[in-house]
Ligand binder design. Structure first.
Ligand code: HEC
Length: 130
């Protein structure tokens, strides 16, 4: 059986995650009557902006306002190895890591996969990243 994340970490993660979601959902859903996220046609860049950027930064460098304050700070995708697979990013996103919340119950599979592909393409394998 998989070990559960320790309770304080889980609480921090869920807490930070909900702040981020609260902060971003109002803005992004403005003008839309649709509140079921899974019914909104997904666009990976927008999903990243909405759910990950506050910590991982606009450029994927881990310097988002919320990410800088964390310990350890949010990962810079720019320094991750080019061999990092979309599957790995997807798994970490699904399960969470350290103080990062698990996104399993917050985003559906297709959205998590779409964001993982975006992170790989835009930040990890981007030849202009440095
Ligand atoms: C509340 C801030 C926060 C948010 C929001 C956040 N992350 Fe993270 N993320 C972190 C932190 C902190 C770490 C480093 C965890 C550690 O190494 O202990 C991390 C690590 C990661 C890693 C692991 C990199 C590695 O070296 O293994 C991936 C992949 C990742 N995040 C993807 C995402 C994705 C995708 C999203 C959006 C759905 C997201 N994160 C949103 C804080 C956040």
């Amino acid at each position: 059986m998989r070990r559960l994340v320790s309770l304080p970490r889980l609480v921090t993660g869920v807490f930070l995650g909900s702040i981020v979601i609260a902060a971003f959902s109002n803005r992004s859903l403005a003008g839309s009557h649709n509140t079921d996220l899974s019914l909104v046609p997904y666009d990976s860049a927008n999903l990243y902006k909405r759910y990950c950027q506050a910590c991982h930064g606009e450029r994927g460098d881990g310097k988002g306002p919320a990410g800088k304050a964390m310990n350890p700070s949010a990962t810079s995708f720019l320094t991750m190895s080019d061999t990092t697979s979309v599957e790995y990013i997807f798994q970490v996103t699904t399960q969470g890591k350290g103080s990062m919340p698990a996104w399993k119950n917050l985003l559906n599979d297709a959205d998590r996969r779409s964001i993982a592909e975006y992170i790989k393409r835009a930040f990890i394998s981007n030849p202009q990243k440095k």
